[in-house]
Write a protein that binds this ligand. Structure first.
Ligand SMILES: [Zn+2]
Length: 1011
């Protein structure tokens, strides 16, 4: 604030008396303190001291009201919220919230569940004494608005409830652990809301219930505070990066709102839905100084109610406007975040008829006050950011807390002023969700009772149940109309065809029958939108003006879980007699009795669990399909002996696996299925992406030893201890060959320990530790891994670790390349089974789907060490320039024509045939029996896109997706897809599990084995 402006302001205040300089509308309450309420002078002075510029605060937070009975955050923090050098553990934050609860009837603390590592999560309700007393009564009112079926969709009845109900605004902090400011801001916010008697705050308190989860990622918060404490104790040294946040994943903890696999997602979702809240507002820190990113940019998620899109604008722009009037720079709403993916935590509100909101404020990743220099695009003045951030500032945690609290208070106030509208909208969105079958449709999704993968079907349905979606089961068989599929051909082409075929009838609608017991997900329920969003297909146009999708573009759960899901538009499906299902479980157990039991293999992950659970049973895999006990069994089906029927029955029932007793064992070739001893490798650079693999294996009960690249390099004989080494994707900058092998340079700087010490009691948790994060796999480690494979071990890699294995020459006859123009951004793509006799393919169908994020693109070669370009299709070989038409042979003048030998043909995914010239002294020709074996490939170009964005897909179409490359006595199994991702890709888990279970028989069924 410059001097001229300051003096003008003073003059206005003097002249105006009650005039407030904020440009208020008639009747609007001024955001100013109550002059009759005393101020906590010492606390207020500290606020001013730690705020680095007068314009980094607002009249809402530049003082703290005093209370004789209610403690301020200082009692726990030892200083004010946002003070430099102070970052509280979650426990301290909770301690303060519970002190508030004790001191005032306006605050109540609820335990909302535990994290993976057993830490508590809480929600703190702040409102008037009366509202807190009547929480349950109010919840009942909100519940009726949330489910309009309870009031028979009667708008008049809804209006009565809207007039009486107190809305709930739910704020969540610190899901991203290096974004550290929210807990102290939320402690102080709770105090202000409970204590401040200014009319502005009192209105919020009396009219709205503010619900606060101050720390969402509790495990990660405690680690982050440890690191910060380490940093304070070693101020001149570099400090370790936060390699683990929660037990499993880091930044992706905010991408779990579809699969709901993490405790934090489940706990917040339960709280949000259970309280029937209207808003879920999640606090992040990255962008200067406050970016309300929910308004963001196109494309908006296609399944949200347009009412919500309007609400985003209404609240968001008001927020910008209010803070602009305070003179706070760098507050804006538009930006490059698209709201396409429903995977973000806050988006649970968007998909459950509420309002999702998200702030990015400016954090320093700790509580140091630091000089921060911005990039030109960050401080540029744009149409949506008329008062941009400053190019260079001294920035404190207090500044960040001022922005967070001011943003939240203005939002709460605006929300409260308009609460009748927002409550009515809440009802309307629920009502419109319930009317979905007859509005935009569909009427229901059906998952048939004769699904060959009932275990995977149950997994998918359980996700929907976590999402609070109602599931029903048909009591009898039923038939629905299926509309005719629209032709993809252009109308001109169709016309031409019609003329040719004279009286060609357009294809009419057909019918489809579903057996009794089929699952029906009715769309006439309040939470139909989340079910629709997860089960429908996604299409992101390559022509979309948005060229940088913020996250995944496709996620269709039926495809990724490898189960049948039918979108039914025929509303008659809703009349089918059905029962609501409370618990979905795949049926399992043993039928009959004998010495040999069989389990059909449909690539269900539960088979691997069963193998690991029944340690002493002898299990074999059939290398060919067979028939027994009147039914067909697929290749790879289990034959089980040496197990008591009772044990098998108990385990199979638990796992939802159906077992058939066979009177005689089938006469097919078999090999043993063993519970491989697994080493699971992570880097110290990033544990983000491998975390999803650990989570999946833990859930399935697959045992493994978890170790870093540093540790694996120190094991002298890997083969003595392990059969399979899993090296899942690293992701990001950590995934390059240089980074994995060399780690972070140790030529300068100090060691960066990751271990528990008195300074850092929470760092390790249940994961791993090291004296120095920096060293990588090293060349010793590379040699160990290669030796492991050569001596008969199986190394399994995916995406960037596949590229690493190939760059290091672990397997020959296969190359990995990046696309040139290809853009596949977290999409669901089609796959095709190439070699159904490979054990990796056991239980899979010819057509499948997988998650792909730009490859890498694999190409095979029959020549060892051959460099070359990505293979291109035969259609791209044109004839050379010469005489004649396109199909004619050329001629040489003065010579009789010589027919060139026909070029041997091969498919894109195959090894090209060896040319005559290459066979001359062909010491580099790889013998067929040890060439890479393609198990799955990407679908043809036209079938590649299933959901999401596929641009330039020709580059990867038909190329290998999963390859088993023999190397020495062992194998490297390379994935171009990521088969284990965010709890969303259950359908491809078995590609990994099959590799594990058949580790010592991967060559089974090799057709060229004798060549
Ligand atoms: Zn964040």
């Amino acid at each position: 604030m410059n001097r001229v402006f300051r003096s003008k302001l003073a003059l206005l205040v003097i002249l105006g008396g009650t005039f407030a300089p904020y440009g208020l509308a008639d009747g609007e309450t001024a955001p100013a303190r109550d002059p009759k309420q005393p101020v906590d002078a010492a606390y207020t002075e500290k606020i001013h001291k730690y705020t680095t510029q007068p314009y980094f605060t607002s009249p809402l937070v530049d003082y703290l009201p005093a209370s004789k009975t209610v403690p301020t955050p200082q009692v726990v923090l030892g200083d004010v919220s946002g003070a430099p050098g102070i970052l509280p553990y979650a426990e301290d934050v909770y301690k303060y919230m519970r002190l508030l609860e004790k001191a005032t009837p306006r605050v109540k603390v609820f335990s909302i569940g535990k994290t993976e590592e057993g830490r508590e999560m809480i929600a703190v309700a702040v409102s008037s004494e009366e509202n807190i007393k009547n929480l349950e009564e109010n919840r009942a009112r909100l519940a009726r608005l949330a489910d309009p079926r309870t009031i028979k969709l009667d708008d008049a009845e809804a209006d009565k409830l809207v007039a009486q109900a107190v809305p709930i605004y739910y704020i969540t902090g610190t899901i991203h652990s290096p974004e550290t400011g929210a807990p102290t801001a939320l402690m102080e916010l709770a105090y202000r809301l409970a204590v401040d008697e200014s009319p502005y705050i009192k209105e919020i308190r009396d009219g709205t219930i503010t619900l606060i989860t101050p720390v969402v990622e509790v495990d990660g918060r405690d680690r982050m505070v440890d690191i910060y404490k380490w940093h304070l104790a070693h101020p001149k040294e570099f400090f370790p990066w936060l390699v683990y946040w929660g037990k499993y994943v880091a930044h992706d903890n905010n991408r779990d709102a579809m699969g709901v696999t993490l405790k934090l997602t489940e706990n917040v979702l339960k709280t949000y839905v259970g309280w029937k809240a209207q808003v879920l507002h999640d606090l992040h820190e990255s962008v200067p100084y406050l970016y309300d990113n929910t308004i963001g940019d196109e494309p908006y998620n296609a399944w949200i109610d347009p009412i919500l899109a309007d609400e985003w604008q209404i609240i968001g722009w008001n927020n910008v406007s209010a803070m602009t009037k305070f003179g706070m720079p760098g507050v804006f709403a538009h930006g490059d975040f698209d709201t396409w993916s429903p995977g973000y935590l806050m988006f649970m509100a968007a998909m459950h008829n509420g309002i999702s909101r998200l702030y990015e404020t400016f954090g320093n990743g700790g509580a140091d006050t630091e000089e921060r220099t911005l990039q030109p695009e960050e401080y540029a003045r744009t149409w949506y950011r008329q008062n941009p951030p400053l190019p260079k500032v001294l920035w404190s945690q207090r500044d960040n807390n001022n922005y967070e609290e001011t943003g939240l208070l203005t939002s709460l106030h605006f929300f409260n002023e308009n609460k009748r509208m927002f409550l009515k909208n809440f009802y309307l969105k629920a009502k419109r969700s319930t009317l979905k079958p007859t509005a935009e449709g569909p009427a229901a999704y059906v998952l048939p009772a004769d699904e060959p993968r009932p275990g995977l079907q149950a997994e998918l349905l359980q996700v929907l149940q976590k999402q609070a979606v109602e599931i029903s089961r048909a009591k009898s068989a039923f038939t629905v109309m299926v509309p005719a599929k629209k032709s993809k051909e252009s109308s001109a082409k169709r016309k031409e065809k019609d003329q040719k075929a004279e009286k060609a009838e357009p294809p009419g609608p057909t019918t489809r029958e579903f057996p009794a017991g089929s699952y029906i997900i009715r769309m006439d329920q309040p939470y139909s939108r989340i079910a629709d969003a997860l089960l429908d297909h996604q299409y992101w146009s390559p022509d979309d003006p948005q060229k940088t999708p913020y996250d995944d573009t496709g996620w269709t759960f039926g495809e990724l879980f490898h189960v049948q899901v039918t979108r039914v538009t025929d509303t008659k499906v809703l009349d089918v007699p059905m029962d609501r299902v409370s618990e979905v479980r795949a049926p399992g157990g043993v039928k009959g009795d004998s010495a040999v039991f069989a389990i059909n293999n449909n690539a269900e992950p539960a088979l691997a669990t069963l193998r690991y659970k029944l340690k002493d049973a002898a299990i074999d895999a059939a290398e060919e399909p067979f028939e027994g006990a009147g039914r067909k069994f697929n290749r790879g089906s289990f034959l089980i002996r040496n197990v008591s029927r009772a044990d098998l029955d108990r385990t199979a029932s638990e796992l939802g696996v159906q077992v058939t007793a066979l009177s005689i064992a089938p006469s097919v070739k078999t090999h043993p299925v063993r519970a491989a001893r697994i080493a699971f490798i992570h880097t110290w650079l990033s544990t983000q992406t491998e975390g999803w693999w650990r989570l999946a294996l833990d859930k399935l009960g697959i045992l493994y030893d978890y170790m870093s690249t540093q540790a694996v390099a120190k094991i002298p004989d890997l083969n003595a201890k392990y059969d399979v080494i899993l090296f899942p994707p690293v992701g990001g900058w950590g995934g390059s060959v240089n980074a994995i092998v060399n780690g972070v340079p140790t030529a300068w700087g100090n060691p960066l320990p990751w271990k528990n010490t008195p300074e850092t009691p929470n760092l390790v948790g249940k994961n791993d530790s090291t004296n120095d994060l920096r060293p990588g796999l090293g060349w010793d480690g590379v040699a160990r891994l290669q030796e492991f494979v050569h001596k008969g071990g199986v190394l399994l890699t995916a995406t960037d670790t596949s590229s690493l294995a190939l760059s290091l020459g672990f397997a020959d006859g296969i190359r990995a390349q990046n696309g040139n123009k290809m853009k596949i951004v977290g999409s669901v793509v089609g796959t095709r089974l190439v070699d159904d006799s490979s054990p990796i393919a056991y239980g899979y169908d010819e057509k499948g789907a997988a998650y792909c994020d730009n490859g890498p693109i694999f190409s095979l070669s029959s020549i060892a060490g051959l460099r070359g370009r990505r293979r291109i299709g035969p259609e791209m070989h044109a004839r050379p320039t010469g005489r004649g038409s396109a199909d004619d042979p050329d001629f040489t003048v003065g010579r009789t024509g010589v027919e060139a030998p026909e070029e041997p043909k091969s498919e894109i995914w195959e090894s090209p045939p060896v040319m005559d010239e290459q066979k001359r002294n062909g010491f580099r020709v790889i013998p067929p029996a040890i060439r890479p074996r393609v198990v799955f490939r990407y679908a043809d170009s036209k079938d590649l896109l299933i959901s999401g964005l596929v641009e330039g897909g020709d580059e990867i179409a038909q190329h290998p997706a999963v390859v088993d490359a023999p190397s020495g006595k062992g194998h490297v199994v390379l994935f171009s897809i990521n088969p284990v991702y965010r709890g969303e890709t259950w359908g491809t888990y078995s590609m990994v599990l099959n590799t594990i279970l058949n580790f010592d028989n991967l060559n089974a069924g090799r057709k060229d084995a004798t060549q």
